[in-house]
Ligand binder design. Structure first.
Ligand code: ADP
Length: 162
């Protein structure tokens, strides 16, 4: 069985992430989308909330699971016995950052964890979780960026902050 992990912050999951998930789910028998619990980053949604959003979004994809992890991806991948990490590439600005992570993971895992990159679908090339949050903070329209149920949750978060 070929399996992969798609790790990320997903704060919140966007249509760009979902596009990567959909495409990766066709390439692998099993895909684990895993939310990184990064204590150093201030997030809008808790890890549990991000996991529950992802679960709702992938409920019709039978070979996709949702999980979370903290610490190093290489350790998590070893525990899961998975050797492939999936990441998305948008513009060239992602490239250097992603290359660094991919090389480091390969080094740390002694070649046991490799990275597969999926290039973004053009309509999502400029979509980012931080962009979504910036727009929503000013009550802008995020409906082209996230599924409707996610948009509702994002607006609610910002309303509760006021
Ligand atoms: P991180 O904080 O680890 O960068 P993100 O949740 O922002 O995590 O993104 C996870 C992965 O998804 C990254 O590889 C990122 O480049 C990719 N990604 C984010 N947005 C898009 C998008 N619109 N299209 C394709 N890939 C994307």
């Amino acid at each position: 069985m070929n399996a992969a992990i798609y790790p990320g912050s997903f704060d919140p999951m966007t249509l760009g992430h979902l596009d990567v998930i959909n495409r990766a789910s066709k390439m692998f028998d099993r895909l684990i989308v895993s939310v990184l619990d990064n204590k150093a980053k201030i997030a809008l949604f808790s890890v549990e909330e991000r996991v529950s959003i992802l679960k709702e979004a992938v409920k019709d994809l039978p070979n996709v699971e949702v999980d979370s992890f903290s610490g190093l991806l290489v350790d998590y991948a070893r525990e899961q016995k998975i050797h492939i990490s999936v990441r998305g590439l948008r513009a060239t600005t992602d490239f250097e950052y992603e290359l660094q992570i991919a090389q480091t993971n390969r080094l740390l895992s002694k070649g046991m964890l490799d990275t597969v990159f999926l290039t973004t679908s053009l309509e999502y090339a400029y979509l980012s979780s931080s962009g979504v949050k910036e727009i929503a903070a000013f009550n802008g329209d995020i409906s082209p960026c996230v599924p409707d149920f996610v948009a509702e949750l994002v607006y609610r978060k910002f309303r509760n902050k006021e």
